[in-house]
Design a binder for this molecule. Structure first.
Ligand code: PMP
Length: 295
């Protein structure tokens, strides 16, 4: 990171980027008691900031701790950070974790810490890759049963299998990997949700063991606005044979077309392209949209 002149909001104050450190005995590091968000600012405004901050609070509650800053305080801190850092199009990473007072599985007495970092952010997948569609590997690891892990929390611990899957995919020359769930049903990519198109309808897995992404819900709304039916259901991997188009959704991925998953191939079709455009229009702050239209 080349942000040496930047700042990070850390436990209620702004500290120089290089000074935002934590103790090596932090519970969050040893036992993954940490939750985070991935947000994106467009034209200086974080898209759906409040939903992200609320999800952060909920993720912490699911892991059994309460973030000692309110949703409103976190929202304000995020906005101030962007202003102080002069960021317009940026990625924002809030994170909360259990501190270092007690070392052991139990950590009820540990203080809760929080930080928010932000930096300028180009596209997650390279633009030229995006238009031809990205290629996905089939992941070795599966999304766990909700009875095995708190799958509705955006908890750091759940990303261990995502990093392993993404690394394996990249080693083999793929952009990302599609993960199945513990039942063998299609779940999601390592940091994004998945949609398929067939006969003019959208099909997407029911989010019962993975994140019901904010982008996922946004895109479902945009599709319905166009009169497109959205079917949430269990999808078996063999069904991918019959799907015509496929795309990923996520704060970082936005709407990213997929051309290939294992043996299955997909077209970057009109419906996918239309939703890419609708999403771009949706995230663009209305004031800048007006300025752009007037120019
Ligand atoms: N699944 C996983 C595993 C993710 O990390 C993300 C990104 N937060 C998503 C789905 C998409 O969520 P969102 O649209 O809220 O960014």
């Amino acid at each position: 990171f080349d942000q040496l002149n930047g700042e990070i909001w850390y436990d209620g104050t702004f500290v120089p980027w290089a000074d935002a450190k934590l103790h090596v005995l932090s519970h969050g590091l040893h036992y993954a008691s940490s939750v985070f968000e991935g947000e994106r600012a467009y034209g200086g405004e974080v898209f759906k900031l409040n939903e992200h901050t609320e999800r952060l609070h909920t993720s912490a509650e699911i892991l059994g701790f309460t973030i000692p800053w309110s949703v409103e305080e976190i929202n304000d801190a995020t906005r101030t950070l962007l202003t102080r850092m002069n960021l317009v199009d940026a990625y924002v990473r809030p994170i909360a974790w259990r501190g270092s007072e007690m070392m052991g599985v139990a950590a009820q007495a540990n203080s809760i810490h929080m930080a928010i970092a932000a930096w300028e952010w180009p596209s997650y997948f390279k633009p030229e890759e995006r238009l031809k569609g990205i290629r996905l590997d089939m992941a070795t690891y599966r999304r766990p049963d909700p009875a095995t892990a708190p799958s509705r929390s955006k908890a750091a611990g759940l990303y261990m299998i995502c990093t392993l899957s993404k690394h394996e995919a990249e080693r083999k020359g793929f952009a990302d990997a599609l993960m199945l769930d513990w039942r063998g049903q299609v779940a999601e990519a390592t940091g994004a949700n998945v949609f398929f198109v067939k006969d003019g309808k959208l099909h997407t897995p029911t989010p019962d063991c993975f994140l019901d992404g904010i982008t996922r819900r946004t895109v479902m709304g945009l599709a319905r606005k166009r009169g497109i039916e959205v079917v949430e259901r269990a999808i078996m991997p063999e069904e991918m044979e019959g799907f015509e188009q496929c795309f990923l959704t996520g704060t970082a991925a936005e709407v990213t077309p997929v051309s290939e998953i294992g043996p299955y191939t997909f077209q970057v079709g009109d419906l996918t392209k239309a939703l890419m455009e609708d999403y771009t229009a949706e995230v663009t702050p209305k004031a800048s949209a007006k300025v752009a239209a007037a120019e």
